[in-house]
Design a protein around this ligand. Structure first.
Ligand code: FAD
Ligand code: FES
Length: 347
């Protein structure tokens, strides 16, 4: 749907709050995100930073990345009243059901979905203990400190722990791991950079007694990953192990990566708005009919998303969910919007 830029303001030296008025009602749960694009440009994902409101406006906290095709351009060029294309709500990140303690781990603008959750949960009657760990480089970066400070004063069951990596207090997940008393009874939510969310998963779930269901995360994986370019080059042919046929064009690729990443490394401009988390559907491919039984079947998450997307059929798959192994030598897929002759990709 379309959304109009209602207002925007700097929250810190590199984070801007952007308020949008979607043209139709956007019924989201705190924790979810949207994808947003200027007309004809690549979309990016941003989490809603406030609980749903009766005026149907949504707030996003956008960190500026120098040269960023959305963040930098939006901050330099957008004016009040500009229109954007938005898709959503997306994602399954949400405040967990139950009564046990909840630990929130955030880095940077990863605080956004937690602010939305806290705004809605703290106003309720539940006295569930909630601790928010928020990691930043320096003191000035804690842009929502006054809001969080008010909640700390108002709600005894809410605790806020700012974590300054500059002061050597370690990372949010390290500090939380040291402080959590009985992790078996605790829900852990992590949001922000992927290194933190992956590390938190390793700490709180892998090799512990904690069920995976007690952990949830949303990683702000960049849509444009600088490392892709570095890995694209003549070397990739030398390491070839698997042949892939993309719209009939043969590509030699090393085994081990997801199909999405393999396509990106080969400079095929496939989209990946959610960064490979099976929640946006932009990395869609169609399997050749001969391959429908040979590619490992969909997970439940992939199946759920595919069932919601328009124009999908039994051969549709998410390229971010297929791992390229030796067994897939000769795999043939189509990207409906990719033209291998002109190397153009239409969104
Ligand atoms: C589910 C989800 C929710 C998100 N929510 C938010 C949010 O609420 N607030 C927010 O600010 N961002 C959020 N992001 C990240 C956001 O979608 C964009 O990736 C980010 O704003 C950069 O986009 P851009 O177009 O400005 O930069 P791009 O044009 O994509 O990149 C420009 C340059 O910056 C570098 N870069 C961009 N992001 C990173 C990064 N994370 N780490 C290292 N280098 C990077 C790139 O390598 C590139 O060189 C979310 C991402 C996901 C997947
Ligand atoms: S990249 Fe979003 S579903 Fe695959």
């Amino acid at each position: 749907m379309r959304a109009t830029l209602h207002s925007s303001q700097w929250l810190s030296r590199d984070v801007r709050e952007v308020i949008l008025s979607p043209h139709k009602s956007l019924n989201y749960r705190p924790g979810q995100y949207i994808s947003i694009a200027r007309t004809g440009r690549e979309p990016r994902c941003y989490s809603m930073a406030r609980a749903p409101s009766s005026d149907n406006r949504i707030a996003l906290h956008v960190r500026r990345w120098p040269g960023g095709s959305f963040s930098d351009v939006m901050m330099n060029e957008s004016r009040i009243g500009d229109e954007f294309d938005i898709t959503g709500p997306l994602g399954a990140f949400a405040f967990p059901e139950g009564a046990g303690p909840v630990v929130m781990l955030a880095t940077g603008t990863g605080i956004a979905p937690f602010l939305a959750m806290l705004e809605s949960v703290l106003a309720g009657n539940a006295m569930r203990p909630i601790t928010l760990y928020w990691g930043m480089r320096n003191e000035d970066d804690f842009y929502a400190r006054h809001v969080v400070g008010d909640w700390t004063a108002q709600f005894q069951h809410f605790r806020f722990v700012p974590v300054l990596s500059e002061l050597g207090s370690g990372y949010v997940q390290d500090l939380a791991a040291r402080e959590i008393g009985d992790p078996a009874n605790t829900h852990v939510l992590a949001c922000g950079n992927a290194r933190m969310t992956d590390d938190a998963f390793a700490r709180f779930v892998t090799g512990t007694e904690i069920p995976v269901a007690s952990f949830a995360s949303d990683a702000f994986v960049p849509a444009k990953d600088g490392s892709d370019a570095a890995e694209t080059g003549p070397d990739s042919e030398a390491k070839s192990a698997v042949r892939l046929f993309i719209n009939g064009q043969c590509l030699h690729a090393p085994a081990g990566e997801t199909l999405l990443r393999t396509l990106k490394v080969a400079a095929i401009p496939v989209m990946s708005v959610c960064g490979g988390k099976a929640s946006c559907g932009t990395c869609l491919v169609e399997l050749d009919a001969d391959w429908s039984e040979r590619v490992p079947p969909c997970s439940r998450t992939e199946r759920n998303l595919l069932s919601c997307l328009p124009d999908t059929g039994p051969l549709s798959r998410l390229s971010c969910q297929i791992r390229v192994t030796q067994d897939l030598d000769g795999l043939a897929v189509r990207l409906s919007s990719y033209n291998p002759t002109t190397k153009e990709f239409s969104v």
